[in-house]
Write a new protein. Sequence first.
Length: 368
Amino acid sequence: MTAPHTAPSLADVRFADGIELKAALREVDYIADDEFSVVVHLATALDRPLLLEGPAGVGKTELAKSLAEAAGRRLVRLQCYEGLDDNRALYEWDYAKQLLHVQMLRDRLSDQVAAFDDVADASRFLAAQDFGLYSEAFLSVRPLLEAILSPEPVVLLVDEVDRTEESMEALLLEVLAEGQVTIPEIGTFTARSAPWVILTSNDTRELSPALKRRCLHYHLDYPTPERERDIVTARAPEVESAVAADVVELARTLRALPLRKSPSIAEVIDAARAAVVLKATGVAITSQSAIRDILLAALLKYTSDVDLARGRLDGVANPAPAPAPEADGRERVTVASRPANTTTAVFRGHGGRDRGGIGVGNGRPARR
């Protein structure tokens, strides 16, 4: 069977153009540039899935959350991982509920079957009955089917799709291309309202051409320093502009290093808030470089990255640490060992300026 489309609900907010969408996102503290806003608007206007690729922590997942909030839609999220299958992505049958239904029918069926003298006749009678076990009432819906069955418009987020196998990508194709899900025991369910679909990828593997062909595509990089400062002050209003500028410049410098994990925007916001707390609590810090080292705890997550950053920022010729080998002796693939997929190939920081706030570079004021 095919579930028909229903009329758009009052919550089905549409944006006239990229400018209006950009303003709506800014209202919920998501700062997008003009080009990105236009691409997102096209995806919503054309009802086409939008595939966002780029390094982790640049706002891909946050875009789906903010878009849902700006449009008044519910967010349905499928978090992808290795080993994800259709039972976790599409649907599965509620066997406990089916068993309870059968037990309720057992007594009545026993009386009806007892009326047959021949076993074959009784078998044909049972085979002809529709007990309703394989119907929508006994489905345990998962995110993909939930988005299709939802009577009100939703935003479907397929997060980190590159973490799954290609077989999982094949399951997505029907949803992305046709807006429908086929269940063999029942039939085909067509979307009851057109979901906005956002897929994210951190570039850990190449996605299939079939998946990309069904989506609009945008590569989202780290924002410009100006936009990142706007993001920090929007998400953390207590942070002064000068402090935000210093922390953003420090993060930009770190992203130019061959780190295992570059600072994400969320970590930059945490570091800016930490700087405000340090200032408010009056912690005795002997130098600006000491403050910088404390903030590295919020920006970096690996000891090797911290050691590398301190050495480079202090002007020490400190080579990048070699990747740790895997248990089977193969070299572990890291962000630093794959320049084509790292921000080091895109951003080349050159240190920062001292604004009387958080020191960057070598801890000394830069020449004006």
